[in-house]
Design a binder for this molecule. Structure first.
Ligand SMILES: [Zn+2]
Length: 157
């Protein structure tokens, strides 16, 4: 009769998608923690335990989220009208890439930056040797001469 999708199924679809993203972040965070603690063997055992817990928790969330999302998209019997095949395909795109191990892509799409630095770095050129230094450098990294920068003029004096 009607192709109207019930709001419950829509909710299930988006809740499932949210759980999957959460799971992916949780899973990826174990790698970040591992890299940050690399070479640090204090509390190694408890770090490893919490890392494993988060890793498995992340995978579990991904699976549960995928199931809930599938129910939302297909209906419980799996034979219902699809939410919107084209849209579903587009929304599945990030997930299929992630399934291929591209966890970084998911992080990009969630707009999460590892380390939390997103601002652009402005470089200024040393007058003596031409080496590019960071904006707030007082001395040149290369030749150690004093950097001269006039913020008023917006250029080197
Ligand atoms: Zn220099």
């Amino acid at each position: 009769m009607t192709k109207q999708i019930s709001s419950e199924r829509k909710a299930a679809y988006y809740i499932g998608m949210g759980l999957m993203i959460l799971g992916a972040i949780l899973f990826a965070s174990t790698f970040v923690t591992f890299i940050m603690n690399f070479g640090n063997f204090n509390n190694f055992e408890s770090n490893a335990k919490s890392g494993m817990l988060r890793g498995f928790g992340g995978i579990a969330l991904l699976i549960v989220g995928g199931i809930i999302r599938g129910i939302g998209a297909l209906g419980i019997a799996g034979s219902g009208v699809k939410l919107n095949p084209q849209q579903a395909k587009e929304e599945l795109e990030p997930y299929s890439r992630m399934a291929g191990g591209m966890i970084k892509d998911v992080l990009d799409e969630s707009e999460i930056n590892i380390g939390g630095k997103s601002e652009k770095i402005i470089m200024i050129k040393c007058q003596s040797c031409g080496k590019l230094n960071e904006e707030d450098s007082k001395f040149c990294q290369e030749c150690r001469k004093k950097m001269r920068f006039s913020p008023k003029a917006g250029q080197l004096e």
